[in-house]
Design a binder for this molecule. Structure first.
Ligand SMILES: [Zn+2]
Length: 130
């Protein structure tokens, strides 16, 4: 269980993820997450729009290997327009970094977001006021 961390993010940041997901709906959105790890918590600090992102019906992906090495990148977040937030086989193949967050339609509340580690285990998620 050593890989289980808590993911923490402000409501404002979560809201901008939802906002972007709603705009692209019914296509998928994908963003990179920048953050800091301290003890057992990963705090998400920024969202980065990946260069050369391809938004599609199916998995939203882009060539990760073209990115500059940046150790503050902690993972990715993408949307599931179906509303099903299950970590799929496709997701495992696109795993990048330490965590993968999935937001599901209708992109409205804390019920619509899940964070996973690279084993597909659900991580606890803390949404903070600031
Ligand atoms: Zn997915």
């Amino acid at each position: 269980m050593a890989n289980l961390v808590t993911v923490s993010m402000s409501f404002e940041l979560l809201d901008s993820i939802f906002e972007g997901a709603r705009q692209l709906y019914p296509k998928e959105t994908i963003l990179m997450l920048r953050g800091k790890k301290s003890k057992d918590t990963i705090r998400i600090t920024d969202l980065i729009i990946p260069p050369l992102a391809t938004y599609g019906y199916g998995f939203a992906s882009y060539p990760f290997h073209l990115l500059p090495m940046d150790f503050s990148l902690v993972g990715t977040v993408h949307s599931h327009p179906s509303g099903n937030k299950t970590f799929s086989d496709v997701d495992i193949n696109h795993f990048f970094g330490r965590i993968m967050m999935i937001v599901g339609y209708p992109y409205a509340s804390q019920q619509d977001v899940v964070a996973y580690n690279c084993q597909g285990e659900k991580l606890s998620l803390q949404i903070t006021e600031e």
